[in-house]
Design a protein around this ligand. Structure first.
Ligand SMILES: Cc1cc2nc3c(=O)[nH]c(=O)nc-3n(C[C@H](O)[C@H](O)[C@H](O)COP(=O)(O)OP(=O)(O)OC[C@H]3O[C@@H](n4cnc5c(N)ncnc54)[C@H](O)[C@@H]3O)c2cc1C
Length: 641
């Protein structure tokens, strides 16, 4: 651990005591997970029936955790804000899930998956966790096959694999371009089986708005019933947040419209440290923004980079039809600059390269903010049928959105916000700094460092939910039985009252500006100054702008409708209010991290060739922040990586 060199921007940030991960086992990296599992305390089956766990979130992480803990015999209470658990954002995942099975016999191994992930994360991931992730990756595939997930197969009957960015082997398992959907249906089936067995209760359309902390431990949550507006409290012996990422802070992103930070941010306000919030992944292959009124961006899966070739015209201002531009006048810039990986460089590298060629004036499309992703060679080599077989639904989606036929003209793509590597800090057991509060899936910070490799989020979500949490949470629950708590406890009453007051405050501003207009302006500030390229000057300016806008939000927002009804404006207002506070922390974190690494590119920290320049001596640590409260000044803690 080293936070000696952390830069002190005394107006925004100060360095607190380092936080140690007491659960992390020592010894050879390949023995740590076995050692932790062996040394963690167990709960015998008859005692499990007496213990309860709240799980917020029903994406891949939350559904798999709820199903597994239910099967183990715990009483599980599951929450999500959608009308059904199977509408969680995980359903949108397209390209695939990684596992070190080495079916292709191309040199893959647990160690190589570990190595690629740590390198891809630009050496900012926690290595013990990543090794564990690689170790359980094979079990995930076995479990999913047993559930009947229809993974693609090759001619011999084995599961097929393709490649994703940042690796030189093929280890990505997929179900056409709908891998997340198929995996979530598997986890949902497993969850529903436990619902039928009586071990899991599901509360859909309930939004968690606070954590209840009693005597220092997470013992429950406050939720709003989104159809009636009733504020409820629910209690358990432990609470798990599986609430996904916060990319929607930027307004425009590839995330589902509902994705938000509220659950983790509310926990942060209650004392959970928030780690590396500035690490946001900008995905290189998205459909470019097409107009002012757009509220969503669409991903074109990274799997397309297996066969599509990325290029721009060699000269700026070349407006010829792309099919009329001869090879000599094209610049396949990724193949040129990074010959070892070609079009499959990691996402951060591909995104910055696209930005650079557009900044040089060589972008394509109406606003010149686009590059070509061209399948002509692949169609020539494999035939249209094969390309359709692999990517058909993605091509259809592209055509429906742009009106262009990608079998005939190259797709146009541009980077967009996609995934957040930051999240609540957790120890090796996936427990936050609030005892009894566990955080899994995209909501935690732990596995992907400064840049997540493609197809590794589904792997992490299912690793956490099916295999890691079910082992580690036992150690905490073994301290039970816990004292019974209910809604009469002062901490529960205080938390519920605070939620009611906040809902009333949002409804009573009665200003002139819509929630979305605030969200859009916040997103533009973050994209411009805390997006693909960051500078000290820009971040300082952004902090000021976010604070001013936040102040205006609470003075001038208009939230129509009532609390006692389905009110999406009210839901969004609460989420945007939290995005404002998170946006501040993202800028503070980006300002303090005076180096470039992975997705975090500080213009001041680059090599002579313009590439990201890491500063391992000063910044090879996890930056975990305390809530800045009314002082506006965050206290950060260096934590062993
Ligand atoms: C378009 C797209 C394609 C992707 N493709 C891939 C891919 O091919 N491979 C890959 O590895 N990764 C992919 N990813 C990333 C991956 O899909 C996500 O990181 C992953 O699915 C997150 O899973 P999760 O279970 O952590 O959270 P989510 O699936 O986001 O689930 C969050 C859950 O939390 C609930 N929730 C949130 N807040 C609250 C609250 N306050 N109260 C109650 N409930 C709450 C929601 O209702 C939901 O059930 C893709 C992402 C996008 C945007």
């Amino acid at each position: 651990m080293n936070n000696e060199g952390a830069v002190l921007h005394t107006d925004y940030y100060s360095v607190g005591d380092p936080v140690e991960d007491h659960k992390a086992p020592s010894g050879p990296i390949d023995e740590r997970w076995d050692s932790r599992k062996f040394n963690a305390r167990l709960v015998n089956p008859s005692n499990r029936r007496k213990l309860s766990v709240i799980i917020v979130g029903t994406g891949l992480a939350g559904s798999s955790a709820a199903a597994t803990l239910g099967e183990a015999g715990y009483q599980v209470i599951s929450f999500c804000y959608q009308d059904s658990p199977r509408r969680a954002h995980s359903i949108a995942a397209q390209g695939g899930i990684n596992a070190a099975k080495n079916y292709r016999n191309d040199g893959d191994s647990i160690y190589r998956l570990f190595y690629d992930t740590v390198k891809g994360g630009d050496y900012r991931s926690r290595e013990s966790n990543v090794y564990r992730l690689a170790q359980v990756s094979g079990q995930i595939i076995d479990q999913c096959v047993a559930q009947g997930i229809p993974f693609a197969r090759e001619y011999g009957g084995l599961l097929d694999n393709r490649s994703f960015g940042g690796v030189q082997v093929s280890r990505t398992f997929y179900a056409r371009g709908q891998t997340g959907q198929q995996l979530l249906l598997g986890a949902y089936q497993a969850l529903q089986r436990q619902v039928a067995a009586g071990t899991v209760q599901v509360h859909a359309r309930h939004e968690m708005l606070d954590v209840i902390v009693i005597e220092g431990k997470a013992r429950g949550i406050v939720v709003r019933d989104m159809t009636t507006g009733v504020i409820e409290t629910h209690f358990a012996d432990a609470v798990v947040l599986a609430t996904g990422g916060y990319g929607n802070a930027y307004f425009l992103s590839t995330n589902a419209m509902g994705c938000n930070v509220t659950a983790t941010w509310r926990a942060h306000r209650k004392g959970a440290l928030f780690a590396n919030p500035c690490f946001t992944q900008i995905h290189p292959t998205c459909i470019p923004v097409s107009g002012e009124y757009q509220s969503k961006l669409t991903l074109m899966s990274e799997s397309l980079r297996n066969d599509g070739r990325i290029w721009v015209p060699r000269e700026g201002g070349d407006d010829r039809n792309p099919r009329d531009i001869p090879a000599a006048d094209r610049d396949y810039y990724l193949e040129r600059i990074y010959p070892a990986y070609g079009n499959l460089v990691p996402r951060d590298v591909a995104s910055r390269a696209a930005k650079n060629v557009c900044d040089e004036g060589r972008g394509v499309g109406p606003a010149r903010l686009g590059v070509y992703l061209d399948f002509a060679d692949a169609i020539g080599r494999l035939g249209r049928g094969d390309v359709e077989e692999k990517y058909g639904n993605l091509f259809d989606m592209y055509q429906q959105i742009t009106g262009e036929n990608p079998y005939q003209v190259p797709m146009r793509i541009y980077p967009a916000v996609h995934y957040t590597m930051g999240g609540l800090w957790v120890d090796y057991d996936l427990q936050s700094t609030i005892p009894g509060l566990f955080v899994i899936g995209e909501a935690n910070f732990s596995d992907h460092g400064a840049n997540r490799l493609g197809a590794s989020a589904l792997m992490q979500g299912l690793a956490d939910g099916y295999f890691v949490l079910p082992s580690t949470i036992n150690d905490y629950l073994a301290s039970g039985p816990f004292e019974k708590v209910d809604e009469s406890h002062p901490a529960a009453q205080e938390a519920a009252a605070a939620v009611r007051t906040r809902v009333d405050a949002l409804l009573s501003v009665n200003g002139d500006r819509t929630v979305d207009s605030f969200h859009k302006e916040l997103g533009t500030i973050l994209w411009d100054h805390c997006g693909m390229e960051r500078t000290k000057e820009g971040l300082t300016k952004a902090l000021r702008m976010v604070r001013e806008l936040r102040e205006e939000f609470w003075r001038n927002v208009t939230v129509t409708g009532e609390n006692q009804e389905l009110n999406q404006t009210l839901e969004r207002a609460g989420r945007v209010a939290d995005f404002f506070e998170l946006g501040e922390l993202m800028c503070i974190d980006a300002l303090h991290r005076d180096e470039s690494c992975g997705s975090h590119f500080r213009a001041e920290s680059r090599t002579e060739e313009g590439e990201a320049l890491r500063d391992d001596d000063r910044f090879a640590y996890v930056a975990a922040s305390e809530f800045f409260g009314s002082s506006g000044k965050s206290v950060g803690h260096g934590v062993a990586g």
